[in-house]
Design a protein around this ligand. Sequence first.
Ligand code: SAM
Ligand code: SF4
Length: 337
Amino acid sequence: MSDPSISKRPLIDNFGRTVKYLRISVTDRCDFRCTYCMAENMTFLPKKEILQLEEIAELARIFVNRGVKKLRLTGGEPLVRRDIMKLFEQLNHLHDVGLEELTVTTNGSQLRKHAADLVANGIKRINVSLDTRDAGKFAEITRWGRLSQVLDGIDAALDAGLKIKINMVALRGENDHEIVPMMEWAHEKGMDLTLIETMPMGAVDVERADQYLPLSEVRETLSNQFTLRDDHHKTGGPARYVRVEETGGRLGMITPLTHNFCEGCNRVRMTATGELYLCLGQDDKVSLRDLLRNEGPEAVDKMLDHAMDIKPKGHDFVIDRNVPQKSVGRHMSVTGG
Ligand code: SAM
Ligand code: SF4
């Protein structure tokens, strides 16, 4: 039930953009250590600072009441958080009060265990991150992951009826030669593939300039081999899509560096401790956890107006050996991808 004491004003920022999409990092912890995402030795948030599942559900309800239509759980690895299905169960009820889509981004390691429950809790589509289908390379990139477990998880999710979009971070010299086979494999299995440019977030043990592969370059190479037609498919996220005539499948590209998409930004991100970041690439934020605990939902609702006032125009990520790197200090696993 929506709380009648809370207003239903939409979330509109100072640039006239309406926020309809909330991504929630339910944990910053993960069973993998992908080289572009985390350092091998990470310090995680103290458990006592993490929001309870009920608090996450309560905060999500406030956002839905303010016009948010899409919720994505992410992390860290969302499916490693204990009792996570209880949260999905609670969030599923928000479909009765205006939520249109509940979804998740996962590394796939726990999908075999959770696929059927995700479907039972109203999830229809999920994103699974997979940068390579070469077992040795997979172990190298994820440091701790096992490819066979993820592939098995993907099969379990497809069998359970979930639609899957594979997210692949394009890494020069590491998986660029796998883009075409990955696309053919994904399309063959009825899955979309989205390529992502690596973003300068948090200190990692690799040189980002070595890994960075501009997708403008990839698109040019692909169009020598395939017929790519612009596709106006919208998922509420930042990807732009093309339809690949030869495979019949859809290919998305997320290009924060080569093609800034901030003018159409419709989203905000909440960390596992209830910090609401207004932009993935900036530090502007408001804290919601203590407000909720000490003052209640109305105070959170009011804070969202302030959040809209300070939402920045956009990020200014740069990865260029010759230009000082512009990045944010926190890792992607804190705010969620
Ligand atoms: N653990 C889950 C997963 O891997 O799907 C969810 C969280 S992960 C942070 C979300 C997405 O962010 C993944 O697709 C991952 O590849 C991507 N990602 C992480 N660090 C990134 C970076 N520095 N640049 C671009 N994408 C990144
Ligand atoms: Fe974990 Fe996802 Fe980051 Fe890989 S990308 S370390 S799976 S949070």
